[in-house]
Design a protein around this ligand. Structure first.
Ligand SMILES: *Cc1c(COP(=O)(O)O)cnc(C)c1O
Length: 385
């Protein structure tokens, strides 16, 4: 159906940070399929894991033990400190699981109409519950009635959360992105997550982090919450988890990890042997190649270089980011930069209308990083002139 308005270009092949169209022209990918291909395109370790698993077994159903799923869950718990994992096929489904967990948590305490605090500018997915949680009217418009049970607060506003805590008797959880992705690479104050953690503890709420975009090494740690000294009760992942193979996950720890019992939730495809084999290879590779550290170093370097290039440009309002999640905010709409970048053989993204967003693969070389800075800086300057 007509859900996207794709650009007039088809890619046929990819290797590392490069894509090749059907004429064989090379493009530098500074978007990674929106933070999906963190290891770049067709990483040999992931390709091999998929090939080997495809020759052995694709699907059996969660009615039986799935060893690859068990192994991936253990790896995820090891790197996150969480206790249990539910596997889905996408980010929205991972968030659906989180929302169901919060409701179950409230209903088990006999809280009537349990509600979840969500923020302005957030993006949580396109299913009915997740679009209702999303803080962007464009995502919701036309799909009313929305799902009830969400309380909206401004992003990065602890006082607003405190005020809800004082006035609401049915709040059970907060669902928030550690950095707004689709909302424009917005970084909250340094103590935002630790303050949210404290408020959740005081009020017996679940802290649920949507790390679908920020997770899997993107910001310089496995998960963005690890920059703060806290742990969420629930965390959702997808995008970078499978490097292109569709897989999502909802992780939980402590009391939240014991809520779901057989029959409460499920998925036919979720956690199947193929996708889990691919995600295990992703985790092994990020570990072996120190790619979290690499993302941090390269991200800092690119941020510096962009600042040197664009800081004096009046129409550039802010240059920011964490790890390889970078945003350049202009004072005007710049959606047309996506097509202009493509003419320079470079894939970028513009989100929230006026924010150039870069999510290059973590395996980017120094030269490729320099090239992206050069192309994008020049594009922005030319565009503003
Ligand atoms: C992409 C994204 C989602 C939705 O993931 P899908 O796999 O498209 O359903 C949810 N939350 C965040 C933060 C995202 O970036």
């Amino acid at each position: 159906m007509n859900t996207y308005a794709p650009l007039d270009i088809c890619f046929e092949r990819g290797e590392g940070a490069c894509l090749y169209d059907n004429q064989g022209t090379e493009f530098l990918d500074a978007l990674s399929g929106i933070a999906v291909c963190g290891l770049g395109h067709c990483h040999p370790a992931v390709t091999q894991a998929i090939q080997q698993q495809a020759e052995k077994l694709l699907h059996t159903s969660n009615l039986y033990c799935i060893q690859n799923q068990q192994q991936l869950a253990e790896q995820l718990c090891n790197i996150s400190g969480m206790d249990r994992v539910f596997f889905s096929n996408s980010g929205a489904e991972a968030n659906e699981a989180a929302i169901k967990l919060a409701r179950l948590y409230g209903n088990q305490q006999n809280i009537e109409n349990p509600s979840i605090i969500v923020t302005d500018g957030s993006f949580h997915g396109r299913t009915l519950a997740t679009l209702s949680a999303t803080g962007n009217r464009k995502v919701q418009a036309g799909f009313e009635p929305l799902v009830h049970g969400f309380i909206r607060a401004p992003y990065n506003d602890i006082d607003a959360i405190k005020s809800i805590a004082q006035n609401s008797i049915n709040t059970v959880a907060i669902l928030v992105e550690p950095i707004l992705g689709e909302g424009g690479v917005k970084l909250p104050d340094e103590n935002y997550l630790s303050e949210l953690r404290r408020i959740c503890d005081e009020n017996n709420w679940l802290l649920m982090l949507d790390e679908i975009q920020t997770g899997m090494g993107r910001t310089g740690q496995w998960f963005a919450f690890q920059h703060s000294k806290i742990k969420p009760d629930v965390m959702t992942l997808a995008k970078g988890l499978g490097n292109g193979v569709p897989i999502g996950a909802c992780l939980a720890q402590g009391k939240a990890a014991e809520l779901f019992q057989p029959g409460n939730h499920g998925s036919t495809f979720g956690g199947n042997p193929l996708t889990c084999a691919a995600a295990s290879a992703v985790i092994d590779t990020i570990s072996a190649d120190n790619l979290c550290q690499r993302a941090e170093q390269l991200g800092n370097k690119m941020l510096k270089a962009f600042t040197a290039q664009l800081d004096s440009v009046a129409a550039v309002k802010s240059i920011r980011g964490k790890g390889l999640m970078l945003g350049i905010e202009l004072d005007r709409d710049c959606t047309e930069l996506v097509a202009k970048a493509l003419q320079q053989n470079c894939l970028i993204n513009v989100t929230a209308g006026n924010i150039v967003r870069l999510l290059p693969p973590l395996i980017l070389s120094d030269q490729q990083a320099d090239r992206i800075v050069e192309i994008v800086s020049k594009l922005i300057k030319d565009f503003l002139n």
